[in-house]
Design a protein around this ligand. Structure first.
Ligand SMILES: [Zn+2]
Length: 251
């Protein structure tokens, strides 16, 4: 505490602005990191879903192929039966027997026609499924390319931000040391209250840079004097003059 008291209000304001800018940089890194891992895992889920779909279509095609094989067997069997009946019809004993054989042969011909129709329909279905399969494969390929790009982007960001994060965290610690405890508590509290994480804002066009509430001229000149910490009466953020704010560069 005694150390902290050595700093003037202007110096404290300077440290607060630094802290704010550093924290905003760290927030930006978190946002970058926060979205990419989700995008990557979403893509992985989508690809797994597409693979499952591809597999399902392939199984359906196999099933239909099996169905066609069965129908071809039916045609073969019926053909053999017809041949057998043809032979039998050569030595029929009476008209009744002849008609009975003829009826069987007719039934087998119908069986063949029906099987041929089923084969034709199934072949068309296979063609349709084949198109779906191609589309699914293309979709997988596109997503995989996308995934690869996102993954390497994420790795790069992690690699880069690791250094930046350490650098900014150190800067934030240094800045915090130059601000007294009470001020830090309110700084942290205000930051937590706002989604954009801004607790220290400059005057912007005669208004609070956080909530755009107008600041009376007297208060603006107080802010410019940098003799005391001034907060926005509307949003509670610490307001600094834009010149001081612009003088702080964080890199
Ligand atoms: Zn405000």
């Amino acid at each position: 505490m005694s150390q902290v008291k050595e700093y003037s209000v202007e110096e404290k304001l300077f440290s607060l602005i630094t802290l704010q800018k550093v924290n905003s940089k760290l927030d930006g890194i978190q946002i970058l990191k926060g979205e990419l891992p989700i995008e990557v895992s979403d893509l992985e889920d989508e690809i797994a879903g597409l693979h499952a779909r591809q597999q399902r279509i392939e199984e359906e095609i196999n099933g239909m192929q099996q169905f066609i094989n069965d129908k071809n067997q039916t045609i073969k069997d019926a053909g053999e039966l017809i041949k057998k009946y043809e032979k039998q019809s050569e030595n029929v004993k009476n008209n009744r027997e002849f008609e009975a054989i003829n009826k069987e042969m007719e039934m087998q011909s119908l069986e063949i026609k029906l099987a041929e129709k089923h084969i034709k329909d199934a072949t068309e279905d296979i063609g349709e499924k084949g198109k779906q399969l191609e589309l699914a494969k293309k979709a997988v390929a596109t997503k995989e390319t996308n995934l690869k790009a996102k993954k390497s982007e994420l790795e790069k960001i992690i690699e880069e931000t690791d250094k930046e994060e350490k650098h900014y965290t150190k800067m934030a610690d240094d800045a915090r040391e130059k601000v007294d405890e009470r001020l830090l508590i309110s700084y942290d509290r205000i930051r937590k209250n706002y989604r954009n994480g801004l607790a220290v804002v400059p005057v912007e066009r005669d208004s609070c840079g956080g909530c755009y509430n107008a600041i009376p001229p007297q208060k603006q000149s107080d802010i410019k004097q940098r003799k005391k910490i001034i907060v926005c009466e509307n949003c509670g953020r610490i307001i600094v003059d834009d010149e001081l704010n612009d003088s702080v560069e964080v890199s």
